[in-house]
Design a protein around this ligand. Structure first.
Ligand code: ADP
Ligand code: MG
Length: 262
């Protein structure tokens, strides 16, 4: 199995117009306009059952699904439908009870733990409803944490963190702690933490669930810009305003996926 990690695109200097032109993500993942879409994920016959006190819950009940590289997919559906379970499988945080979950050539169902750790550290960014920032650390320090497993030099870490914070419009807030930031700003720090490793995929579980409308729009704009650069976005949401921005909409109910893109 190859140890190669996605090569990040070069960070270009600020353009003459002063406009910010850097890109955080692997542009190889962004297919040329005419090229056939490349599968990012391929799921076949995926089930995930939980057993609790002798009771068996089928959180996913046979999911077949392909997600293209560079797509923007939302997953809607009722509470208990299996959305978080699916996202955890896509994020290599869990394995299916049966079936296969291919991320590129690697099957998350059968890969060893070391490989799953490598995937989480390098290839996947995760954003949660509750931001999950560490309150005693600054924005810079929170973002820097994601680089710990990557073995970069101190200078490269500092540069990457600064780039990521700039990317979400928070360069000026690097020294602020979460308590000194609005909810929208905190979520943007969390997005910076997710993209600083230059992942192939960004997974988000209700990223706007704790935010009012204007902050939601602020987060949507950041997510949209990342997708425009080629990052694959998979977003669980109850918010139809978020789903309207997606290229592809899925609905997950009773552990079964349906495509509801119109
Ligand atoms: P959603 O995110 O759509 O609300 P989940 O994936 O969290 O749905 O849950 C799907 C089903 O699996 C629910 O019935 C839930 O109670 C059950 N479930 C989820 N996680 C666990 C767990 N760790 N242990 C037992 N049951 C679980
Ligand atoms: Mg959930």
């Amino acid at each position: 199995m190859s140890d190669a990690v996605p090569t990040a695109s070069a960070i270009e200097p600020t353009s003459t117009t002063g406009e910010h032109v850097m890109t955080m993500i692997d542009t190889e993942a962004a297919a040329a306009p005419d090229a056939a879409p490349r599968a990012q994920y391929r799921l076949e016959g995926v089930t995930r059952t939980y057993t609790q006190k002798g009771r068996v819950v089928k959180a996913l009940a046979g999911v077949d699904l392909t997600i293209d590289a560079g797509d923007f997919v939302t997953i809607q559906g009722p509470t208990g439908g299996g959305k978080s379970t699916l996202l955890q499988l896509l994020g290599a945080l869990d394995r299916p009870t049966a079936g296969s979950v291919h991320l590129g050539e690697i099957d998350i169902a059968t890969a060893d733990n070391r490989e799953l750790g490598r995937i989480r550290a390098h290839e996947i960014g995760f954003v949660f409803q509750g931001f999950n920032l560490i309150p005693t650390l600054t924005a810079h320090e929170n973002v820097d944490m994601a680089l710990e497993p990557l073995g970069l030099s101190k200078q490269e870490r500092a540069d990457r963190v600064a780039e990521a914070l700039t990317h979400v419009g928070l360069a000026e807030r690097a020294d602020h702690r979460p308590g000194e930031l609005s909810g929208g700003q905190q979520q943007r720090v969390a997005i910076a933490r997710a993209i600083v490793k230059r992942p192939r995929v960004l997974l988000a579980d209700e990223p706007t669930g704790n935010l009012d409308e204007s902050m939601r729009d602020e987060i949507l704009a950041v997510l949209q810009a990342l997708n425009d650069e080629g990052l694959t976005l998979i977003v669980v949401t109850h918010d139809s305003a978020v789903a309207r921005r997606a290229r592809r909409r899925l609905r997950l109910d009773k552990g079964t996926v349906r495509d509801i893109t119109r």
